[in-house]
Design a binder for this molecule. Structure first.
Ligand code: URA
Length: 303
């Protein structure tokens, strides 16, 4: 494309965005122990062993950006580009991925760069400091799925780094894992202002990224932390209390649901329930968290 055509194309795109109600461009992305149970009266022996888990892989084709559709309203009411549900969404893996670690790293990088430039949700794009894509082991057997970044995550660019994240870290440690053993992501990659709940349209806009992220990591297990994660991944409106200790499926991955760490901060007695859920989950992996190490580290060898 010559310079003149490029210039015209860009101007047309900006004009079209303006007509659809785009009023802001996002801020540029920067370079880019059972002690948690203490207040419910239980203790956890720490153990350096990792818990047994497995991994998987598949190359994920990154779909093209969806075409923008007009928004009916103006400022901050512009999920300007609505992704039709089901379009560009990587289907859940039904077979174990064969993708190498390097391939996964590069797929996730491309995805995170796309997310960094995403302006599908006008309000979120205009108010975020940066997008929060996800962190962890690209070959993790366990994918922890949260809701959306909060203020600390928006500032730092990593999921679960605030108070809820510190509690999650303790839970991860109690399971004898580290953040590097698992993968952590959210339903939304941008902070909803005031930490409001994600709007359904925002979750739909972000679904393409989440689906590709899960398909790339290809975990054996997904843990939905809280109602928003469960509702959006599984399409259920049931209360967490009714979803606990039941395996759902997302492709070949087993999905477990438990309380969100933020809820635990408000309601410490529920930590006991979450610990029960972790023990139940890990038992399914062949790991008895009560009895100490029985398996290998989180990033298990492929094969
Ligand atoms: N709560 C979430 O659900 N995700 C985060 O990243 C932080 C807090």
């Amino acid at each position: 494309m010559d310079l003149d055509t490029l210039r015209r194309t860009l101007l047309q795109r900006l004009e079209s965005d303006r007509r659809f109600g785009l009023t802001h461009l996002p801020k540029p992305q920067g370079a880019f122990d059972l002690s948690f149970l203490r207040d419910v009266g239980e203790g956890l022996e720490s153990d350096e062993a990792g818990a047994a888990v497995s991994v998987a892989a598949r190359n994920v084709a990154i779909a093209p950006q969806p075409v923008a559709t007009p928004s009916s309203a103006g400022l901050f009411d512009l999920p300007a580009a609505v992704v039709p549900v089901g379009e560009n969404i990587a289907p859940p893996n039904t077979e174990r991925s064969e993708a190498s670690r390097a391939d996964r790293v590069s797929t996730l990088k491309v995805l995170s760069e796309r997310v960094a430039g995403c302006v599908r949700c006008g309000e979120l794009a205009a108010t975020r400091t940066q997008t929060v894509f996800g962190v962890g082991n690209p070959e993790a057997a366990i994918f922890f799925l949260g809701e959306a970044p909060g203020a600390d995550e928006d500032r730092i660019g990593e999921p679960f780094v605030g108070r809820a994240g510190q509690l999650l870290d303790k839970i991860i440690g109690a399971c004898r894992l580290t953040r590097d053993d698992i993968y952590i992501g959210n339903i939304l990659k941008c902070r909803p202002p005031g930490n409001r709940n994600p709007a359904p349209i925002e979750a739909a806009n972000c679904r393409e990224y989440l689906s590709a992220q899960i398909a790339t990591v290809d975990p054996d297990y997904i843990v939905c932390w809280g109602r928003v994660a469960a509702e959006n991944l599984l399409g259920t409106k049931e209360a967490i209390g009714k979803l606990r200790k039941r395996f759902f499926t997302y492709g070949r991955a087993k999905v477990a649901v438990t309380y969100h760490p933020s809820y635990l901060l408000r309601n410490p007695p529920a930590k006991k329930d979450v610990w029960d859920d972790m023990k139940w989950l890990f038992r399914d992996m062949g790991v008895d968290l009560d009895a100490g190490r029985k398996g290998e580290a989180g990033d298990r060898e492929r094969g």
